[in-house]
Design a protein around this ligand. Structure first.
Ligand code: GTP
Length: 279
């Protein structure tokens, strides 16, 4: 199952940086080494085994942009599942940015009318962007390569593409009820994006999941530097236990349990027992 994702936006807005951080284990600092993308860089990423993300990173310099709306219009905008449009926070050419954005929406509407649209920008701009997108529906996220916001946005994007996502969530809810977990998260193994979740208890920190994605991904990158991969992590305090463990061939699972009667060993046993059901 191949899904075409278009990454568009002005040169220097950070498209290649986010792609490199999410899919190629770059740290935020590493992105300073990246050069401008010439025309379109196409890449394929295997995701959750059966899904292939076909990422079209479209260089944002003016001469390339003009081509996307003329000679390359069909090629670029047909069969698109998701458009991710990135706005540069520091841009002084807002009118020009909006002009290109609206041309992209127009081309997308005619060639891929069912595509989902995500805009990554600064929160301050959100109201304007929503206005300029009408009548199309978009989802807007504030992102920075320097914090967890990137993971929140990209987790939402890939969740749109995962097949059987409601079935997966249902199974995760059932599993969570059986093992009496407070929360369960499922991460894609390579990117550490959240692909599904089950929440049985409310929590005040609404950013906690993407913070975890970000922290564990950094840990994973550090493990890679020492030529090793991490298998599992167990954190325990007086109030709860957190277990992060390899799960299916394409996922890691995180289980949070606060009932003191449920030991970490029992939770780990249950995770191992459930693996086959989720494969
Ligand atoms: P083109 O390939 O020319 O279209 O540009 P691009 O949109 O791919 O930009 P790129 O990812 O190459 O980023 C340009 C520079 O901006 C890099 O040096 C990044 O480190 C920096 N950058 C990217 N995203 C962010 C961000 O969210 N915050 C800050 N402060 N800098 C960023």
């Amino acid at each position: 199952m191949r899904k075409k994702i278009l990454l568009m936006g002005k040169s220097g807005s950070g498209k290649t940086s986010m792609r490199a951080i999410i899919f190629a284990n770059y740290t935020s600092k590493d992105t300073r080494r990246l050069g401008a993308t010439i025309e379109v860089n196409q890449a394929y990423f295997k995701f959750l085994g059966n899904l292939i993300l076909n990422l079209w990173d479209c260089g944002g310099q003016d001469q390339f942009m003009e081509n996307y709306f003329s000679s390359q219009r069909d090629n670029i905008f047909k069969n698109v599942e998701v458009l991710i449009y990135v706005f540069d926070v520091e841009s002084f050419e807002i009118e020009r940015d909006i002009f290109y954005y609206q041309r992209s929406l127009e081309s997308l509407s005619s060639h891929s009318p069912n595509a989902k649209i995500f805009v990554l920008t600064f929160q301050k701009r959100k109201a304007d962007i929503l206005k300029y997108s009408k009548p199309l529906e978009i989802r807007c996220f504030q992102t920075s390569i320097w914090d967890e916001t990137l993971y929140r946005a990209w987790s939402s994007i890939v969740q749109e593409l995962v097949m059987n996502s409601s079935l997966l969530e249902k199974s995760l809810n059932e599993f969570s009820n059986v093992i009496e977990a407070d929360e369960i998260l499922l991460f894609e193994k390579t990117t550490f994006l959240i692909v599904s979740q089950s929440l049985r208890k409310q929590h005040s920190d609404l950013k906690r999941f993407e913070k975890i994605s970000n922290i564990i991904k950094q840990f994973k990158i550090n493990c890679n530097r020492f030529d090793t991969t991490f298998q599992s992590i167990e954190i325990k305090n007086d109030n709860f236990t957190i277990i992060i463990d390899t799960f299916t061939p394409n996922t890691y699972i995180m289980v949070i349990v606060s009932d003191p009667k449920i030991t970490p060993a029992l939770t780990i046993h249950n995770i191992k027992y459930a693996q086959k059901h989720f494969e």
